[in-house]
Structures are given as C-alpha cells and as structure tokens.
Design a protein around this ligand. Structure first.
Ligand code: HEC
Length: 153
C-alpha cells in the first residue's frame, strides 16, 4: 500500500504543480470562473476581486434609480456594485456581460423569466417576482455605467 502511494505521488505532485501554475497565470485564484462551456475570449476568466471594482463618481439619473432597484432585487446574489462575491451569483461587471454579448434584452429576460445556469456554476437564477420592464431598464442603465467605469464597453 505504502509503496503504491510512493509510486503515484510524483504524478500527484506534478498534477498539483500544473494546477497551481495555471492559477498563477491569472490572479483570479480560487474566485469563481466562467465555465469552459462558454465560448469566446472570456472562457475560463475568473470573477474580479469584488474590492477592485471601480465605482463611478457620479451616476446618471436613471442609473441612480437603477442602483436603488438593483440593491433591492439583485445585489443579494450579484453583489454590491454588481461585483459578485456573494457565492450566489456572478459579477455583472464582467467582460462576458458587455453589451455586445448580453444586450439589455438579456437583463429583461433574466429578471422576468430567470436564467438556467450556463456561464457559471452558481445554479439557476430564479425569476424576480413583481419586477417591471421599466425597473429592469433602469437597472441595466446602472450596470452599463458601472461596466464602462471598469473598461467594459
Ligand atoms: C437568487 C440569486 C439571483 C438574484 C436575486 C438575481 N440573479 Fe441574476 N443571475 C443569478 C445567477 C446564478 C446567474 C448566472 C447563471 C449562469 O450560470 O449563467 C445570473 C445571471 C444573470 C444575468 C445574465 C443572463 C444571461 O443571459 O446569461 C443577468 C443579466 C442577470 N442575472 C440580471 C439580474 C438582475 C437584473 C437581477 C435583479 C432584478 C438579478 N439578476 C437577480 C442569480 C441571481
């Protein structure tokens, strides 16, 4: 038994070293990652450190109200400032949610019908009870202003 462990341990060590070096290439460490089923450049990209998110100094009027609604209905999973870090949902300030890949219609669909887990491993997003199209539009405006402040266009 002992002999067998000794025989496989170099392999194990090599595997561990590979995993560790792969992680060090991207500062994401053990933060949640976009899963590899996702195609495109952001596949495998880690969630940002929630503390590294840049918060714009000023918000437009609609975004200001969007922030209030977001904090009420979305931040419990998507995190304060849409930065993630809750363990229940992804950051929305992330390159995969740029307008070209997830236009505002994706926000409305997500909020009203929910989302089947596909980009991450947090599970499904349930529909948000009682949310209106106008409120989601304000929330999307808020998230876009956060995204732009973080170089996501
Ligand atoms: C109970 C937790 C939870 C709440 C509350 C929640 N979400 Fe989500 N949301 C998730 C999870 C989990 C995902 C990721 C699904 C996946 O793996 O792609 C997600 C994904 C999304 C997406 C991406 C949709 C897509 O097409 O890939 C958008 C946009 C979104 N949420 C917006 C919102 C908005 C806006 C609110 C508030 C009105 C909200 N979410 C509230 C958990 C939540």
């Amino acid at each position: 038994m002992f002999r067998k462990i000794m025989a496989i341990s170099p392999l194990f060590a090599a595997g561990l070293a590979t995993i560790l070096s792969a992680q060090s290439e991207d500062a994401g460490g053990d933060r949640p990652r976009v899963n590899t089923r996702m195609h495109g450049a952001a596949a495998g990209a880690s969630a940002p450190n929630p503390d590294s998110i840049v918060v714009p100094e000023t918000l437009s009027g609609p975004a200001y109200f969007g922030q209030i609604a977001f904090e009420d209905s979305c931040a419990s999973c998507h995190g304060e400032n849409g930065a993630g870090g809750t363990g229940k949902g992804p950051p929305l300030v992330h390159p995969i949610y740029e307008p070209g890949h997830h236009p505002d219609g994706a926000f409305l669909r997500a909020a009203t019908t929910g989302v089947q887990s596909h980009h991450w491993n947090f599970g499904d997003m349930p529909p948000v009870e009682g949310i209106t199209e106008d409120t989601v539009a304000l929330i999307a405006t808020y998230i876009r202003e956060l995204q732009r402040a973080n170089g996501i266009e």
